[in-house]
Write a protein that binds this ligand. Sequence first.
Ligand code: NIG
Ligand code: FE
Length: 426
Amino acid sequence: MPKSVKYSDSLIIKNAAQIVSPKPGILRGEGLKELTVLHDASIYIKENVIQAVGLPEQVKDHIDDSPRIIDAAGKTVLPGFVDSHTHLVFGGRREAEFARRCAGVSYEEIARQGGGILSTVRATRQMSEEQLIEQGLYYLRKAVRHGTTTMEIKSGYGLNEETELKMLSVIQKLNKIQPVELTATFLAAHAVPPDTTKQQYIEQIKSMLPKAAELADYCDVFCELGYFDADETRNILTMALKHGLKPRVHSNQFHSIGGIQAAIDVGAVSVDHLENITDAEIELLAKTDICAAMLPGVSLFLNIPYAPGRKILDAGCIPVLATDFNPGSCMTLSMPLILTLACTQMGFSIEEAVCAVTQNGAFALGREKLGCLEPGRQADLIILDTDNYQNLVYFFGEQHIEQVFKKGRIIFDRNESWDVNFDAGD
Ligand code: NIG
Ligand code: FE
């Protein structure tokens, strides 16, 4: 039986070697270069909200009850990670395809042979809601161990109304029964199902929009050669907007085919992937408030080029980093690994990378209460077993995350069963 641990409503984390936070607001350019780092500091939390952060004598003045005390001597406190691009709900797994890729067959070749996205579509159609929920919970528990406290999840492995809506309903149900805050995105335009023309399928997607809009906040399109072109992307997303679904675009993963311009035309919230973004497209993007979401785990896993992170940062875009967790192109839930890849492969500084997975990730999901540790913000945070945040990125492939808090409540403790408080809370 998991040990049930009850905590009082208020909490003080004290003696932390470092409390580290991005500045508040949308971060780009110079704003990304510096984190606030407090030494030997405390953080006081009450009713899910950060009440005070600072030196012990500053925080003491705000305490008006008897909080539970956590001594974080020698440890580092950071905001919980926001993983703003995942495909966490799916049927089956694709380890056999992965083994073929390791033996030299390309991702595109596997897709041409009927594998890839379509093999996950077949498996997802066969799973019941209950089975998808059970599997989703399994992956969400793992995500929490990597410090993720908020996540976006897309549909897109149904490619018909029944299964697309089933996936969105699973995301909604998962949101109610476990602590990670979830945002749902409707991605029926992930691929064209077999035995349907693209035009027929686009009409089907449009007819799904009213019901999808009841279950999701965003609509996404895979704008790529062989999938949906820029005009089709604009068309689907314009219609989605009319139903209240805000646009996002999978853009420039393999080719530059006008996805960035389409995203600008429809006022998208983010463009994601960007491995093959051109200099001209970076300049265009930098003039907007559209997030530039980069997914370096995909580049590692598929052995494709990394997005030109340094150029995107220097141009003044709003950078975001996420896992893109999915069974085909990125089978990891590790945000710390994403940070290390961004810094070693894409030219991010550690500070820029931390901003991209906290404050900017929260902006990409429209969650203004999240992403930084300052009074008034929701108390989502992680405690690392090291006295310097740089070690999270530097000493990679290690489990540095000792405790994870969601809304001030502990949801993972490395020293306890991993089931500690893994429910929805209040
Ligand atoms: O985000 N880019 C398109 N779709 C997914 C991969 C899907 C799959 O292979 O199952 C992605 O990378
Ligand atoms: Fe994706």
